[in-house]
Design a protein around this ligand. Structure first.
Ligand code: DLL
Length: 432
């Protein structure tokens, strides 16, 4: 029997879910048209009025919202309520441009934490568990979101934040952490540190809730094997609320979207027309239940596909497949679309660790890609010719997966900087 946090809504019928989404959509369109001049202008320009939205399918009449809109409207222009009604903000780091901010009322926080509590229960969590939250706290949503979800489930919560690996491991051993929440790259690093210190027998972790960055199925298997746990994917983004927008259940076969809060669409990467279930495209969300900062048809730039097929766990909310990458970290090398996750898949299949970096450049008007990947300590003691042979093998495997040549360099163990948050996988030196 599956472990639900809110069984009734998590297993609601399609008719019930669509009714909630229908009412939510009509309500949010009216709210933003009346209260947010930025939206009213956008809708007026698109020639659509709230009265034109009668059915769920009318959503396609509404204009998309993009990250550029969020940046234009920074700081307050997309807020749907006065500051006096809001209790919190969160924000992205703003490394790739102006910060993106999200605002929350107390109800918004409540629903967000419910989503994270659903994720913890879907990973088998109960009030008996000790949850170590090793996502960053502060403006980043990861720490606060899972912290709140863990409280709601009634778990003993360790608000560790990211970093300070010694302290992470000490708390993990001393307090008997059973559920670990952090980025997959930090989980891999923690697993490496645990094995190096020979303390695996003191670790009681049974499940991990890992997200905030793209990771491959192969990386999941590696972490599961190295830590002896089940690793669950969790998805979310600051603009929509943070973690818990979608999460995996025990079937580990796609992430259930909290469809009672968010209306998902998948649109074609070129035409932006909605595509059917199973077809890959860009994920678009309407966060109709949000009070302070509802977004309509927000283009996430995340690439995946959706399914409404029945899930073994009994949850009825639609699932998105593990994210395949982002439209903006999709590298185009000699005209070929390349996602870091494809390279990761090849590397792990070749027995390499998931510690790698892609260096892209343009030499004589032609794109080049170099894949630097760490050797395992065992490989490091191999002869130079063995290492060269392994490099050749990886070059061939990458060529057969991507159809292009990439130079491969096996580098010393531990020479690629470890990440405590989101890993930096790409260094693009092209000046285009
Ligand atoms: O990363 C929220 C989060 C925190 C999610 C903790 C999960 C766990 P942002 O910093 O705004 O928010 O980054 C959002 O990260 O659009 C995706 O591109 C990527 N991302 C998030 N979760 C996943 C995942 C948080 N499970 C952006 N798989 C999103 C792949 C993910 N990519």
């Amino acid at each position: 029997m599956a472990n639900y946090f809110q069984e009734e809504i998590e297993t609601a019928s399609r008719e019930q879910i669509e009714k909630i989404q229908h009412d939510g959509l009509l309500d949010v369109v009216k709210r933003v048209y009346e209260n947010v001049p930025y939206y009213r202008k956008k809708m007026d320009e698109a020639g659509v009025k709230p009265e034109d939205i009668k059915e769920l399918s009318d959503i396609t009449k509404l204009p998309f919202l993009t990250k550029d809109d969020l940046r234009d409207a920074y700081p307050y222009d997309l807020m749907a309520l006065p500051v006096s009604e809001c209790v919190r903000i969160h924000s992205t780091s703003g490394t790739t441009g102006r910060r993106v901010v999200d605002f929350y009322t107390q109800n918004d926080i409540d629903k967000w934490e419910d989503g994270c509590a659903r994720a913890i229960c879907a990973a088998g969590g109960t009030k008996e568990d000790v949850v170590q939250v090793s996502y960053g706290y502060g403006l980043f949503t990861g720490g606060s979101g899972l912290n709140g979800g863990s409280h709601k489930v009634g778990c003993l919560t360790l608000p560790m934040s990211s970093g300070n690996t010694d302290r992470q491991l000490q708390f993990m051993c001393d307090f008997g952490t059973t559920i670990l929440c952090c980025t997959p790259s930090y989980a891999a690093y923690l697993a490496e540190s645990i094995n190096e210190r020979g303390i695996k027998d003191q670790i009681k972790v049974k499940a991990g809730i890992f997200g905030a960055e793209a990771w491959s199925e192969e990386m999941r298997h590696d972490i599961e094997k190295n830590l002896g746990i089940k690793a669950y994917d969790i998805y979310g983004l600051t603009e929509i609320e943070g973690p818990g927008v979608a999460f995996e259940c025990e079937a580990q076969d796609g992430m259930h979207i909290c469809e009672d809060y968010f209306l998902p669409e998948i649109v074609d990467l070129d035409t932006l027309e909605p595509v059917p279930d199973g077809q890959i495209g860009e994920l678009v969300f309407t966060s109709f239940a949000k009070e302070a900062f509802p977004l309509i048809r927000y283009r996430t730039k995340d690439i995946t596909y959706i399914t409404h097929e029945k899930c073994k766990c009994g949850r009825t909310h639609a699932r998105i497949h593990r994210l395949m990458g982002r439209t903006d970290d999709m590298l185009i090398i000699k005209g070929v679309n390349v996602y870091p996750s494809q390279i990761e898949e090849v590397l792990i299949k070749q027995g390499m660790p998931a510690n790698y970096q892609l260096i892209v450049d343009r030499v004589n008007n032609s794109d080049t890609m170099e894949v630097n990947v760490e050797m395992t300590p065992e490989m490091f003691s191999d002869s130079v010719s063995d290492i060269a042979a392994k490099e050749k093998e990886i070059v061939a495997a990458l060529k057969s997966m991507l159809g292009i040549y990439a130079k491969v360099k096996l580098v010393e163990p531990k020479s690629i900087t470890r990440s405590e948050g989101k890993a930096v996988r790409i260094i693009d030196n092209r000046k285009i």
